[in-house]
Unconditional design. Structure first.
Length: 115
C-alpha cells in the first residue's frame, strides 16, 4: 500500500489523515508493506522544513509526479492518495481524498484471497 500524503505540510484539512489510517491498518495487515511518500518538495533548515512553492501551489517530489499526482484534473493540493498494489505490481485500487479503513480492508482482503 502506497500512501501519498503529507504530515509536514497541511495544504488541505485532510492532509496527514491517510497516514494515521495506515498506521491503524498495520496491526490488522502485518503481511502488507505500507509505504509513505511525502509528495511535496522541501528543504530543511535548522530542523524546520521549508516548502518549495506555496501552500496554494506546492512543488511535487519527483516520485509523486511520476505517480501522476500533479496531472489534470487533480493538482498537487488534492491529497491524500492511496494506491493498493498487489504482489505482481498491479494497482488494484486507488483512492483520492478521505478514505475509510473499511474500504482499504475490503480490497486488501480480496487481494490476499487471490481474487
Amino acid at each position: 500500500m502506497l500512501v501519498i500524503d503529507s504530515t509536514r505540510f497541511r495544504v488541505l484539512p485532510a492532509c496527514g489523515r491517510a497516514i494515521i489510517m495506515a498506521r491503524d491498518l498495520l496491526d490488522r495487515w502485518r503481511d502488507v508493506a505500507f509505504i509513505h511518500l511525502e509528495p511535496y518538495r522541501h528543504q530543511v533548515a535548522t530542523d524546520t522544513p521549508l516548502l518549495d512553492g506555496s501552500l496554494d501551489d506546492p512543488t511535487l517530489t519527483d516520485p509523486a509526479a511520476a505517480w501522476g499526482i500533479g496531472g489534470a484534473p487533480w493538482g498537487p493540493t488534492s491529497m491524500p492518495w492511496i494506491f493498493v498494489v498487489d504482489g505482481h505490481g498491479i494497482v488494484r485500487a486507488k483512492y483520492q481524498g478521505v478514505t475509510g479503513s473499511a474500504d482499504v480492508d475490503e480490497i486488501v482482503s480480496l487481494i490476499e484471497l487471490g481474487e
